[in-house]
Design a protein around this ligand. Structure first.
Ligand code: CUA
Length: 187
């Protein structure tokens, strides 16, 4: 075999190996893109592991979110639960009262379109989606007042959609609840 042929052979082998690696890296990139796409679409289209539904059309008629059941309540097990709804263009109740230094569960939904619920000065920020119940644990360190604007554009009245959260001392809250099942600070 001449050195010329050897040289050509070497080149051919090198080119083949190079092509193989190029193909492999394209396959790897393709695989990663595929995985990212799948995960993204899966997360965006699949509901959360645990979803609760609430029909926005019958909220006011029956079930957990009827008007008389909204506000802050101490449940039978002693836990504090706030129930609220968002609708164009207000929250009900307009003013939520909660005890300080107490774990509170916020449960809320929307009666019409998607609203946002943000409590200023905290990291509490959730969406109220018609048809679904948004639940999140909240806890306030000290008494005070927080404004609660709607943070999701929901129509022409969006700018005026505000609520308020009033955090009171634990003892004051117990006193308030001594004589009733449910409370709010709407006057
Ligand atoms: Cu409700 Cu913006």
């Amino acid at each position: 075999m001449s050195s010329e042929t050897d040289h050509h052979l070497g080149e051919a082998v090198a080119a083949r190996i190079e092509r193989r690696w190029a193909t492999l890296s394209i396959v790897i990139v393709g695989l990663l893109v595929g995985m990212a796409t799948f995960i993204g679409i899966h997360q965006a289209t699949m509901p959360q592991g645990r979803v609760e539904i609430a029909n926005p059309k019958t909220l006011h008629l029956s079930g957990e979110f009827v008007e008389s059941n909204l506000g802050t309540a101490v449940e039978a097990d002693g836990s504090v639960v706030v129930r609220a709804i968002g609708q164009q263009y207000s929250f009900t109740p307009q003013c939520i009262v909660v005890p300080a230094e107490t774990p509170v569960t916020l449960r809320a939904t929307s009666a019409d379109v998607v609203h946002g619920l943000l409590i200023e000065g905290t990291n509490i920020n959730t969406m109220l989606v018609p048809g679904y119940v948004s639940e999140l644990p909240i806890r306030f360190k000290k008494p005070g007042e927080h404004v609660m604007p709607c943070q999701e554009f929901c129509g022409i009245g969006h700018q005026g959609m505000w609520g308020k959260v009033k955090v009171v001392e634990k003892a004051a809250f117990s006193n308030m609840m001594a004589s009733r099942r449910r409370t709010s600070c709407v006057d």
